[in-house]
Design a protein around this ligand. Structure first.
Ligand SMILES: C[S@@+](CC[C@H](N)C(=O)[O-])C[C@H]1O[C@@H](n2cnc3c(N)ncnc32)[C@H](O)[C@@H]1O
Length: 451
């Protein structure tokens, strides 16, 4: 078996794990790469690029295949469907591989997987696509706008429809475009160990490209490195990987010296650790999550950061804890959500989320908020955040919460840069939108418990 056939089999295996078995793509890819550690850097990059790309562009790829196949994609054998998808991805997006090689490898793979009876079919569809790739007519902007956005940006129609009605055509298009763009890694400078200026110099000396964020002076975007673990300043704990939108949560929480903070859904600990850093050794952060496994993740990160004013613990945020009543100066409710703001980094979310799941999440968010609200001291602060751009999970939840309970939204303008300030931030919330703002789609509201 040649090396390339091997890689293509591995790619098919990952696509089957993701599309048939519901595995997350980053986990399926990580499992394969760690199982086959002997693969060289080039093969690893090849496998990652094709699997990630095929999953990201799946709706567009299915549209193309359906133009040329009498059997529609959803009626095909799952193995054949995935062989075709990854081959069409290469034909459309990877000029460096000759079309004939892509077709031949796909036919060989179908045979190796026991479908030699479908060799002719795979070959016929792919050669036809390869010959006519430049003449395919895609849904246009001047026709059905939902179909145009769904196919051209590979986003399920129900999500496009939702955003279209909430944000309009242009903003939806900008968000969809931004999800497909290559993104740099956002990092938070560990201010206890180094200044942002010195970290920039260190990164430069390590040949990592680094750029300061326009929103926060300690947020930096990096690129041009192979593995983070190979970057000495990362190994030394001089920075953490964290999106700038997520950093804004702790910035808006604005902890003061000696504050007691409870983070009810804290794993893996990004925001809790950031707050602990801001407390500069004073106060205390209780970083809670549902399971021992999740608490373990937080503990690992606490150890890496070397923070002392923070502890990880297991607690179900849906179960009332009377010991916590009026204990927190600040309560962080960064709750489980549909995650539609981070599709650019976690592409499978768009296929896994459903309208029904989203409704269930709203109920869970309300249940958690209703349970943990009493942990906030009178006059204390509750920060509600999600990494989604779905109004039901965001502003509508906040409106419901302030109607039900004695909390009031407070302006967040004192805590954010001028660029982010708006009528909404003055009212007490910030909705970060991909393609409009720089960073993940994120929602943050600051609420004060009435005296
Ligand atoms: C959005 S993530 C939190 C991210 C985290 N705040 C950070 O910045 O790293 C939501 C977390 O809520 C946790 N979770 C879900 N249901 C929970 C519950 N009933 N009680 C506590 N934690 C829960 C999940 O395990 C998950 O780690």
């Amino acid at each position: 078996m040649t090396k390339s056939v091997n890689s293509r089999e591995l790619i098919l295996g990952i696509l089957m794990d993701v599309t048939r078995d519901g595995e997350y793509s980053h986990i399926a890819i990580r499992n394969v790469l760690s199982k086959y550690q002997y693969l060289d850097k080039q093969d690893r990059a090849f496998i990652t690029r094709i699997t990630e790309g095929t999953i990201e562009q799946m709706i567009l790829l299915d549209y193309i295949i359906n133009q040329f196949s009498t059997v529609k994609v959803n009626k095909m054998k799952p193995v054949i469907r995935n062989i075709l998808r990854s081959a069409v991805y290469q034909l459309k997006f990877m000029d460096s591989i000759p079309a004939s090689a892509i077709c031949n490898e796909a036919v060989k793979l179908a045979t190796a997987k026991g479908f030699s009876n479908l060799k002719g079919f795979v070959n016929g569809v792919l050669r036809n696509i390869s010959r006519n790739l430049d003449d395919i007519i895609y849904p246009g902007e001047d026709g059905d706008e939902i179909l145009y956005l769904s196919v051209n940006y590979s986003m399920p129609e129900w999500i496009v429809k939702k955003w279209y009605s909430e944000y309009g055509f242009l903003q939806t298009k900008a968000m969809l475009e931004s999800f497909l763009m290559d993104r740099n890694t956002s990092i938070r400078c560990n201010l206890n160990k180094i200044s942002p200026e010195d970290l920039m110099k260190r990164l430069e000396s390590e040949h990592v490209k680094a750029e300061r964020s326009e929103y926060l002076d300690y947020a930096i975007e990096i690129s041009g490195y192979d593995y983070l673990n190979a970057v000495p300043s990362f190994r030394e704990g001089l920075f953490q990987v964290q999106d700038v939108s997520s950093m804004l949560v702790s910035e808006i929480a604005a902890p003061k010296k000696d504050d007691y903070v409870i983070d009810v859904c804290a794993a893996p600990g990004g925001k809790s650790l950031h707050i602990a850093e801001k407390l500069a050794g004073t106060g205390h952060v209780e970083a809670r999550d549902l399971t021992e496994y999740k608490a373990g993740m937080i503990r690992e990160n606490i150890e890496r950061a070397g923070a002392l004013n923070i502890e990880a613990m297991v607690a179900d945020a849906c179960v009332f804890d009377k010991e916590s009543v009026e204990k927190a100066d600040i309560l962080i409710a960064d709750l489980p959500c549909s995650g539609l703001g981070v599709i650019g980094r976690k592409t499978d979310i768009k296929y896994k989320m459903t309208p029904e799941k989203q409704k269930e999440l709203v109920q869970l968010q309300r249940k958690i908020l209703g349970t943990v609200k009493d942990y906030v001291k009178k006059g204390g602060t509750l920060i509600y955040s999600t990494c989604t751009i779905n109004p039901e999970e965001n502003l509508e939840n906040v409106k419901w919460f302030t109607q039900e309970y004695p909390f009031t939204m407070e302006s967040i303008d004192p805590y954010i840069c001028e660029k982010l300030q708006s009528v909404e931030t003055k009212q007490g919330y910030l909705q970060m939108l991909p393609g409009i703002h720089h960073g993940d789609g994120f929602f943050i509201a600051r609420l004060k418990r009435n005296e």
